[in-house]
Design a protein around this ligand. Structure first.
Ligand SMILES: [Zn+2]
Length: 367
């Protein structure tokens, strides 16, 4: 519409118009108005088609884990200095340049040799930094190998220099003193550069890298922002292959996941026509943009609202499960097997919504 009025004023204002000329201009104006309406309807339709496509694409997302089964890694350039290495468990975000390699997460231990091979194809440099988004085994499995084979930053205290492994404090606590049946993580794999402030920053490969503490699936998730490349690596807070993990034992909550997704939505800036712009590497699955994030956030929010309504009506967990509050999303995000099934999600979401807020206070106390 702005275009149309600019066009009209440009031809109208300098002229004193004859009748015939007015008629002509009116004709043009009507023609343009129709064209605009046509375009608007067309683009509304294509937006709907786009949303459908996105859903379709989200449906295809387990591709990365499928390729993990076949043992094949996928290396995809994201943008700027950043690439995605998929198929080794959790997604591995790789930033490369003259200073070396920075990894966000290191995949599963069983895939570490293949990851090392794939990295050689991406860069001649060596791993200097590792940032862990959480402490799940499919995100930290290569820590030990890359801590041993990587290249420490040449800084003053070179004698103790080692590959820097960055993670939020509580992640180190759990890796160094695992509880329950979790397997012990070797000391070499522990974060040796933990942080406890809301933000930690690095400058590496000519790029400012921001590591934000953001509780979500646990109390210790990190979001990594590559400012020059305009890429955000989210870890499991945003996982298009399934419903969000809510690790209650380790301070996660449904509300924290929603807050985290809302924060990510503000951080990710869409490009022209809602395509491109900031690109997002989720914890699992394909490369996403702001529109994909918005769709996922909408799904999680809708499910939260449904659960809250059912809880308000006094329904028990069993009754809620029987009512299938995720039914329409299950074809995309639902799982009946594996380590995070739909049933586990509903259980954890229910407990998260019915527990007192104090239960999670420990997780965010440093703020
Ligand atoms: Zn994961």
């Amino acid at each position: 519409m702005e275009l149309l009025s600019a066009f009209l004023s440009s031809i109208l204002s300098p002229l004193i118009l004859s009748r015939a000329r007015r008629k002509l201009i009116l004709g043009i104006a009507f023609g343009m108005a129709f064209a605009l309406i046509f375009l608007a309807t067309g683009s509304a339709q294509s937006t709907a088609a786009q949303a459908g496509q996105n859903r379709g694409r989200q449906n295809d997302a387990p591709k990365a884990s499928a390729s993990a089964d076949s043992g094949e890694l996928e290396v995809v350039r994201v943008q700027g200095n950043v690439s995605l290495l998929a198929g080794a468990g959790g997604n591995i975000t790789v930033q490369t340049g003259n200073d070396g390699i920075l990894l966000v997460d290191t995949g599963s231990a069983t895939m570490k040799e293949k990851v090392a091979e794939a990295l050689k194809r991406l860069s001649k440099g060596q791993v200097t930094y590792i940032v862990n988004t959480d402490d799940r085994s499919d995100h930290i499995g290569g820590n030990e190998l890359f801590a041993e084979t990587g290249h420490a930053l040449a800084i003053g205290r070179a004698a103790q220099a080692s590959v820097m492994i960055v993670a939020f404090d509580t992640i180190l606590d759990r890796m160094s003193a695992p509880t329950g049946k979790a397997t012990a993580v070797p000391e070499k794999a522990w974060p040796n550069d933990p942080y406890s402030s809301p933000v930690k920053t690095l400058y590496f490969n000519g790029e400012a890298v921001e590591i934000d503490h953001q509780p979500g699936t646990t109390d210790g998730n990190s979001i990594i922002v590559f400012r020059h490349s305009d890429v955000i690596s989210t870890g499991d807070i945003f996982d298009i292959t399934q419903y969000p993990i809510i690790d209650l034992k380790n301070g996660g909550s449904l509300q924290a996941v929603i807050e985290a997704l809302n924060r990510l939505k503000v951080m990710a800036i869409p490009g022209d026509h809602q395509e491109g712009g900031t690109l997002i590497v989720p914890g699992h699955g394909r490369i996403c943009d702001e529109a994909d994030l918005a769709l996922y956030l909408q799904m999680v929010t809708i499910v939260r609202d449904r659960l809250q309504d059912m809880i308000k009506k006094g329904m028990t967990l069993e009754q809620i499960k029987a009512a299938r509050p995720t039914e329409d999303f299950d074809p995309i995000y639902g799982k009946t097997k594996g380590d995070w099934t739909t049933e586990m999600f509903i259980d954890a979401a229910y407990k998260s919504l019915t527990s007192k807020p104090e239960a999670h206070a420990g997780g965010v106390s440093e703020r």
